[in-house]
Design a protein around this ligand. Structure first.
Ligand code: HEM
Length: 406
C-alpha cells in the first residue's frame, strides 16, 4: 500500500465528528470550504463588480428550477404548445409566477452577464495568466445565448416562429451545403413540429452543460485567484478569506437581484417581452417587424447591417468570436483600465457603441438606421482590430502601485 493510501485509512480511523466522518470518505466539505469558505482567499480590494459571477450562478439556478417546473406542464407539440403555456398561466397553481420568473430571469441573466463581461474587459481580467478562464467565459456566454434563443421559440407565438425562421435561415447562407443544412436543422422544409421538439430538448440540455462548464470556469478562476481593481497580482497578506467577508458582501447583491427580479415579475412582467408573442404562431402571417429579445439586439443589428447574407452571418459570428482572441489583441502588460488613460476612453466609446447597436437592432431595417448600423459595425471591429492593438503599443500608463496597499 502506498503511503498516501495508508494515510487515508489513518484519517478515516481518527475521524472525529460528523464533518470529518464525511470528509475523510468523500472530501466534498473541504472542497466547498476551499472554494467558497474560509479556505479560499480573495484580494481584499474587490469591488461590488466582482459580485456578478456569483449572481450569474444564481441566475442559472433560478432558470433551472423554474424551467424544470415549467417543463412538467409544457407540451413541445405545435398543436398544443401555445395552449399549454396559456394553461400554465391560468390553470396551473402559481404557473404565472413560474413563467414570469423564468422569462424575466432570462433578462436578468443577460444583464448580469453583460456587467460580468464588461467588468472583465475594463479590468483586463482576460490577460495572462487568465486567458483560458476568459475563454471558458466566452463559451459560457455563447451557450447561454443558444439556450435563450431556443427557449424563446417554445411558447410558439408569432415572434417565436418568425424569430426562429429568420435566425435559422441564416444557416442557408453557407455556400454549397447551406440549403441542405437548414433542412437538417429544421427537420423538415420549414420551422415546424420536429423543430419545436428538438429545440425543447436542446433548451433543456444546454443549461445542464452550462452548469458543468461553470465548474470548469471556477476551476480556472481558482488556479490564480481573482484579478482585482488595481490589476496587479496580490500576495497572501493582501487577501482575506472568502467566508465570511465575501459571502456577506455577496448576500447584499443577492437580495438586490431578487428585488429587481420580483419588481419586474409582479409589476411589469411583459415589459421586456413582445406583444406579438401572445398571438399564436401563424406561418401565413408575417409580423411587421421581427425583433429578437433585447439581449440579442447588438448582434442582430450587425447581421442586418451587411447587405450580403453570408457577409452578415460572418460579421455577426465574428463580432462574438473576436472575444476569444481579445487577450492577444490587447497585449499591454497593464491590466486595469484605471491606469490606462487612452484605453479607458476607448472602452467607454466601445460600451456606448454596443448599446447604440442594441438600440439600432430594435429599429426597422430602413434609412437612416441602416447607415448608422454600418458605421457602428465598423467602429465595433475597429475597436478590437485597430484601436486596442495601437493603444497597447503606444499608450503610456499612469503610475502603477507596487501593491494594493499602496
Ligand atoms: C454562466 C455564466 C457564468 C458564470 C456562472 C460565471 C461565474 C463566475 C464566477 C463565480 C467568478 C468569480 C467571481 C467574479 O469575479 O465575479 C467569475 C470570474 C470570471 N469570469 Fe465568469 N461566469 C460566467 C460567464 C462568464 C463570461 C460570459 C465571461 C467572459 C466572456 C466570464 C469571464 C470571467 C473572468 C475573466 C473572471 C475572472 C474575473 C477576475 O478575476 O477579475 N465569465 N465567473
Amino acid at each position: 500500500m502506498s503511503d498516501n493510501y495508508k494515510e487515508k485509512f489513518e484519517n478515516v480511523k481518527n475521524a472525529k465528528g460528523i464533518y470529518q466522518w464525511i470528509d475523510t470518505r468523500i472530501p466534498i466539505l473541504s472542497l466547498i470550504n476551499n472554494t467558497v469558505g474560509k479556505g479560499y482567499y480573495a484580494p481584499k480590494n474587490l469591488s461590488y463588480l466582482w459580485n456578478f459571477g456569483v449572481l450569474a450562478f444564481l441566475s442559472l439556478l433560478v432558470q433551472i428550477v423554474t424551467g424544470v417546473l415549467l417543463a412538467m406542464h409544457y407540451k413541445p407539440d405545435t398543436r398544443y404548445a401555445f395552449e399549454s403555456v396559456e394553461i400554465i398561466m391560468r390553470d396551473v397553481n402559481y404557473g404565472w409566477l413560474l413563467r414570469y420568473t423564468h422569462a424575466v430571469g432570462a433578462s436578468m441573466f443577460f444583464s448580469v452577464l453583460y456587467v460580468h463581461i464588461f467588468r472583465g474587459m475594463y479590468y483586463g481580467s482576460y490577460k495572462n495568466p487568465r486567458e483560458l478562464l476568459w475563454f471558458t467565459g466566452v463559451v459560457l456566454y455563447i451557450m447561454v445565448m443558444a439556450s435563450g434563443f431556443l427557449g424563446y421559440v417554445l411558447p410558439w407565438g408569432q415572434m417565436s416562429f418568425w424569430g426562429a425562421t429568420v435566425i435559422t435561415s441564416v444557416v442557408s447562407a453557407i455556400p454549397f451545403v447551406g440549403d441542405a443544412f437548414v433542412v437538417w436543422v429544421w427537420g423538415g422544409y420549414s420551422v415546424d413540429d420536429p423543430t419545436l421538439n428538438r429545440f425543447f430538448v436542446l433548451h433543456f440540455l444546454i443549461p445542464i452543460l452550462i452548469a458543468g462548464m461553470s465548474m470548469l470556469h471556477v476551476v480556472g478562476l481558482h488556479q490564480f485567484g481573482s484579478n482585482n481593481p488595481v490589476g496587479i497580482e496580490v500576495e497572501k497578506k493582501d487577501k482575506i478569506p472568502f467566508y465570511p467577508y465575501y459571502i456577506v458582501k455577496d448576500m447584499v447583491t443577492v437580495v438586490l437581484f431578487f428585488l429587481v427580479l420580483f419588481l419586474f415579475v409582479f409589476f411589469a412582467p411583459n415589459y421586456l417581452g413582445h406583444p406579438d408573442n401572445y398571438i399564436e404562431a401563424d406561418p401565413l402571417v408575417t409580423p411587421m417587424h421581427i425583433v429578437p429579445e433585447w439581449y440579442f439586439l447588438p448582434f442582430y443589428a450587425i447581421l442586418r447591417a451587411i447587405p450580403n447574407k453570408l457577409g452578415g452571418v460572418i460579421a455577426m459570428l465574428g463580432a462574438l468570436f473576436i472575444w476569444f482572441v481579445l487577450p492577444w489583441l490587447d497585449f499591454s502588460k497593464i491590466k486595469s483600465g484605471r491606469y490606462r488613460p487612452y484605453f479607458r476612453s476607448a472602452f467607454c466609446i466601445f460600451i456606448a457603441n454596443f448599446f447604440f447597436l442594441m438600440w439600432l437592432g430594435g429599429q426597422p431595417a430602413e434609412e437612416p438606421y441602416i447607415t448608422l448600423s454600418r458605421l457602428a459595425v465598423v467602429l465595433y471591429f475597429a475597436h478590437f482590430l485597430v484601436i486596442l492593438p495601437l493603444i497597447s503599443k503606444y499608450e503610456k500608463p499612469c503610475y502603477l502601485p507596487d501593491s494594493i496597499n499602496d
